[in-house]
Design a protein. Structure first.
Length: 244
């Protein structure tokens, strides 16, 4: 019910008029009059000939409602739980990554391959921003791939040190493995690089949901760890700055 309300509000906010709202909803509507008047959901029209948007959305199957929500940029925490938290955590400090991740999120259903490539780029952007901190020793050129960036930040965060329990080191190594896999998917299984008709491309959104969730989880961990180990310095006040 909450998602229905948020989708309804988002449609009105985006399109504003009954005509434009109906045009948008009809893009999702499918019907077959020869097949016992089959339709994927009911396009409900009120007595005054305008679309009854609330009733129409309530008639949508969950899968279609989810796709509409994603298309509109509405968060779906029950299906992708980490994403709203992740977006909030990077919105102010990682503007480029935030915009790129939003583009990826909106294309999960319509273009799974491109969504994975954009998610990879968002994670690269976050790591690059963290590594710009003057308190971090390793300096980057800016051309490093996700795998190389991940190797650098693992070392800087000291997550694979021998002093840690083996379980922590395993998690650190898994972090590197996950990011390497995301990068390989982007390079070898999406259309971000030239492909031939014989090459395999990811075109099933279920894998994209998995990748987007992984990026959000990894990104949340990186940002939280960074803020914990490298807190922002407290501002220094001079006597001249005092109001008395």
């Amino acid at each position: 019910m909450k998602l229905v309300k948020e989708v309804e509000d988002a449609i009105w906010k985006e399109y504003g008029s009954y005509k434009q709202v109906r045009n948008y909803v009809e893009k999702w509507h499918e019907c077959d009059e020869q097949n016992f008047n089959w339709e994927n959901f009911a396009l409900v029209i009120s007595d005054n000939k305008n679309i009854d948007l609330n009733a129409t959305i309530h008639s949508m199957p969950g899968e279609i409602l989810l796709k509409v929500a994603i298309d509109l940029g509405v968060d779906t925490p029950d299906f992708i739980p980490s994403i709203p938290t992740f977006k909030n955590s990077i919105k102010s400090e990682y503007k480029t990554a935030y915009d790129t991740f939003n583009k990826a999120y909106k294309q999960i259903e319509t273009d799974p391959s491109t969504a994975i490539g954009l998610a990879n780029s968002a994670l690269e952007s976050i790591i690059k921003e963290i590594l710009k901190d003057d308190r971090i020793a390793t300096k980057i050129k800016g051309t490093e791939t996700l795998y190389k960036l991940s190797s650098i930040i693992l070392k800087e965060f000291n997550l694979t040190s021998a002093e840690h329990p083996k379980e922590i080191k395993t998690i650190g190594n898994s972090f590197l493995t996950i990011n390497q896999a995301i990068e390989k998917l982007r390079s070898e299984k999406t259309n971000f690089h030239g492909k031939t008709s014989d090459d395999y491309l990811i075109d099933d959104s279920i894998y994209t949901y998995f990748v987007i969730n992984s990026v959000a989880t990894v990104g949340l961990f990186l940002n939280t760890f960074y803020k914990t180990k490298f807190p922002k310095p407290e501002p220094e006040f001079k006597d001249d700055d005092l109001p008395f």
